[in-house]
Design a protein. Structure first.
Length: 333
């Protein structure tokens, strides 16, 4: 059985504002196993970027961990990334868990050659000799199909796609067990996007580690993930194997999300999901999707739906389904 690398239990991460807390991630639970590529999906503001930052222990005011656990499981130890000390973080970052941030094309320092940035990021976290590190970096770049002379370039001399490849190479050089990638293909053209996804998949296959990828683009999830976590308004709506989520979605929100995607050969105009996500300062009572849900029932305004397992590894949080996974209302088709 695959080893569990990460467990998320009742994670609550809010943003402090003058008007109160924005409940960005609210009671989220799931696990990540070795070898899995997991996608976090949902509209903007659903909490996916907040969650991925928190998994990396990157929690800075006004972001605030309220309660729960995001446990990194390392050699029999548990490290709760929601309430971790700086020194503990330093030990696990890069070597155990690494992060390719959103808008990472702005991450590289424009006035410093790539070589220096690569070495600084590696040496900052781990005590290695420069010459040895440089030889290994060159070998690693070659293994990824990147020309080692990128090391002598300044970022502006590289294309957007090449900068992104360099950042991914930096993030994976120390062979971390978990790689987090926040919208890694945003702002890149479709051909470059495909190359980046292929690179991430190849690295994951080689390292046999786990990749957690955030994207608002369901096409990205379809291409690369094994499992998808659908988030809505700070909560998980549905989790399941990627092919099931696409072929047999249960949650009304997931259905609308999938139905809004264009299909090859289908000229019919696809409509978006009506309405907009709720204000998380004051989210709706009961199911947070209820103001937009075409299948809403009375209970949906009163009670938060629990997560139930419909089939192996496929969970949904919706009152249309009972504990045994049986549908209680047929009009969600
Ligand atoms: Fe719709 Fe109710 Fe299910 Fe929420 S719990 S998705 S409102 S049917």
């Amino acid at each position: 059985m695959a080893e569990k690398l990460l467990e998320i239990n009742h994670a609550q991460i809010y943003y402090a504002t003058l008007a109160g807390y924005v409940k960005a991630v609210d009671n989220v639970n799931f696990d990540i196993n070795e070898g899995e590529i997991v996608g976090l999906a949902g509209e903007s503001g659903c909490g996916k970027s907040t969650l991925i930052k928190s998994i990396y222990g990157f929690i800075k005011y006004p972001m605030k961990a309220i309660s729960g656990e995001i446990n990194l499981l390392t050699n029999g130890n548990k490290l709760n990334m929601l309430f971790v000390e700086k020194e503990e973080l330093r030990k696990v970052r890069w070597k155990y868990i690494s992060y390719v941030p959103q808008a990472s094309l702005h991450v590289l320092n424009p006035v410093t050659r790539i070589k220096k940035q690569f070495l600084e990021s590696v040496k900052r976290e781990h005590n290695v000799k420069e010459k040895e590190a440089m030889d290994e970096v060159k070998e690693y770049l070659k293994s990824l199909g990147l020309p080692p002379d990128v090391l002598d370039s300044f970022p502006h001399q590289l294309s957007g796609g090449m900068q992104q490849r360099v950042i991914i190479a930096m993030a994976t050089f120390l062979k971390p067990r978990i790689v987090l990638a926040d919208e890694p293909t945003t702002a890149l053209d479709v051909v470059v996007q495909r190359g980046i996804l292929q690179m991430l998949r190849d690295i994951q296959k080689e390292l046999k580690n786990s990749l957690i990828i955030v994207s608002h683009d369901m096409g990205v999830h379809y291409q690369i993930t094994h499992k998808i976590v659908i988030m809505y308004a700070g909560k998980i709506a549905e989790i399941g194997p990627t092919d099931e989520i696409f072929n047999n979605p249960y949650h009304p929100y997931t259905r609308l999300l999938i139905n809004s995607l264009p299909r090859i050969g289908d000229r019919e105009q696809r409509s978006g999901i009506e309405g907009s996500p709720p204000n998380l300062l004051n989210p709706p009572e009961g199911c947070r999707f209820n103001p937009r849900c075409p299948s809403k029932m009375k209970i949906c305004e009163e009670k938060i739906p629990e997560m139930v397992e419909i089939s192996k590894g496929h969970f949904v949080a919706c009152h249309l389904f009972q504990k045994n996974g049986k549908r209680v209302k047929e009009d969600a088709e």
